[in-house]
Design a protein around this ligand. Structure first.
Ligand SMILES: Cc1cc2nc3c(=O)[nH]c(=O)nc-3n(C[C@H](O)[C@H](O)[C@H](O)COP(=O)(O)OP(=O)(O)OC[C@H]3O[C@@H](n4cnc5c(N)ncnc54)[C@H](O)[C@@H]3O)c2cc1C
Length: 446
């Protein structure tokens, strides 16, 4: 016979701690357990700043014990399985726990073996990622003396989908300051069809793509890395009909055009400042040589979780936790909820999204405890992405389901969040980390 807790939370990252802290604030006497072996809590959004030498990695880390709310049991183990029919969680040690209510907040898994050659090349051969080791990104940025700086991301969903381009803009700024522009190609090769799906952020980002002379390749899926030869292999994806014609293909590249810029509401084509980079073709592979490669590795729900009954068993969301997109309740087990990156919510996976998800989970668990329905359906897909475009400018892209633009009522009163600005940068560098450690993780709902 194992231990029993009223509420068991798997994962003590952003989502797990926020839900636990808000539950305790709402009802002090609740019997809650958090299961997570980690000793360190990482403020992951700052990895972008660490990767560009704008913040020390140590400043993004704090002891996990500081954030386990008082009165909550902390079980420092890894979960191996969930048996929702028996309300049971099985730990790697073989021990079992039962629950009345379960919250799954296990986050996302980074799959370095998801691309041929990536694992072997990673951390050397000029291959880096802010998702894994931002300090190595910074090392490579400092060593860069010209050549091809390639930025890319996988076709699978990733957390903070804006992060692969934020570091690229910071690199662009550095290259300009080091006067390396004449000898450098900054290349963004992505399986996507455009730089950003929501206006007016797309137009603003396009201005920075032009400013930094970034060459874009849309519909390119990374399939292999040859670390020895410093080559990235891509296959071309068919771009959907009607996709934005701001897709730079090889012909246009040869003509020396990198794209278009908005000026007074009119689009104007701009020319590259340096010669187009070379891309070779071998069979179906398009090969780009790089001197530095930053990528977001492929990501998925944790492997063990994918096999549980809480995960979608097929379809496009296979492996992710199936939850109601407004109430966060498992679509299969009413006493189970999901929060954060592990869920199948059709919005960007960010800490900002969790800020709006956690109160919904809390309200619904408390309703169920009171014998009522889990009828809080307030989550509208809100997510936001602070897009850092230089070491002192940021724009805040906020949106909900179906790419609808949203705005924080308080912020938008004072700032135009769709334009990159210095006050927004201050928010990213100082305001958001402060809010994270002192408000969000402490159970304040604002
Ligand atoms: C480079 C980068 C930049 C980002 N930028 C931003 C940004 O600007 N703004 C923003 O809002 N978000 C940003 N994010 C995303 C944000 O950090 C995540 O979306 C958020 O932290 C996800 O929270 P989570 O609770 O789902 O998962 P996590 O915070 O990752 O927590 C998951 C926890 O589960 C634990 N766990 C995993 N498996 C098990 C197991 N088997 N048993 C027990 N415990 C387990 C882990 O130890 C971990 O503590 C960024 C992320 C990265 C990597």
């Amino acid at each position: 016979m194992g231990l029993h807790h009223q509420i068991v939370i798997i994962g003590g990252g952003t989502g797990g701690i926020m839900v636990a802290a808000q539950l305790k604030k709402a009802k002090k006497g609740l019997d809650i357990a958090i299961i997570d072996p980690t000793e360190t809590h990482y403020y992951q959004p700052a990895n972008t700043l660490v990767g560009a030498g704008l913040m020390d990695y140590e400043d993004t880390q704090r002891p996990e014990k500081n954030f386990i709310p008082s009165g909550v049991s902390w079980i420092k183990e890894k979960v191996a399985d969930i048996q929702p029919d028996d309300n049971e969680v099985i730990l790697e040690s073989g021990d079992k726990l039962t629950y009345d209510y379960l919250v799954n907040a296990t986050g996302i898994q980074i799959n370095l073996d998801g691309i041929k050659g990536l694992k072997e090349a990673f951390g050397k051969n000029g291959v880096c990622s802010n998702y894994v080791d931002p300090e190595y990104t910074w090392e490579l940025m400092q060593k860069f003396k010209g050549g091809n700086a390639l930025f890319t991301q996988p076709a699978s969903p990733i957390k903070c989908p804006g992060a692969p381009q934020k570091i690229m803009y910071l690199m662009g700024d550095r290259i300009a300051k080091d006067q390396l522009e004449e000898h450098t190609n900054i290349i963004f090769a992505t399986p996507g069809t455009m730089i950003f799906g929501v206006q007016p952020f797309k137009d603003e980002l396009e201005n920075y793509l032009v400013k930094y002379h970034i060459k874009q390749r849309y519909g390119y899926k990374l399939v292999e890395i040859n670390g020895e030869k410093k080559e990235a292999h891509y296959v071309r994806l068919e771009l959907p009909n009607g996709s934005d014609n701001y897709v730079v293909n090889d012909e246009r590249n040869a003509a020396g055009c990198i794209g278009q810029v908005w000026e007074d509401g009119v689009r104007r084509e701009v020319q590259e400042v340096n010669s187009p980079f070379k891309m070779t073709k071998e069979g179906t592979h398009y090969i780009i040589k790089y001197d530095m490669l930053h990528l977001a590795p492929p990501q998925s729900a944790p492997t063990w979780f994918q096999k549980t009954k809480l995960a979608n068993q097929d379809g496009p969301n296979k492996g992710w936790m199936a939850v109601d997109k407004h109430s966060m309740q498992s679509t299969k087990y009413p006493n189970v909820f999901g929060v954060g990156d592990v869920t199948d919510l059709p919005t960007a996976r960010t800490g900002a999204a969790i800020r709006k998800q956690a109160p919904v989970v809390v309200k619904n668990i408390l309703s169920l405890m009171g014998g009522e329905e889990a009828d809080c359906k307030e989550y509208n897909g809100y997510s936001s992405c602070p897009l850092v475009v230089s070491p002192n400018k940021m724009l805040l892209a906020e949106f909900g389901y179906d790419g609808v633009r949203m705005s924080d009522p308080l912020l938008s009163k004072f700032f135009n969040t769709g334009k990159a600005s210095y006050p927004m940068w201050i928010l990213k560098r100082h305001g958001l980390p402060f809010m994270y450690w002192n408000l969000m993780l402490k159970g304040y709902n604002f």
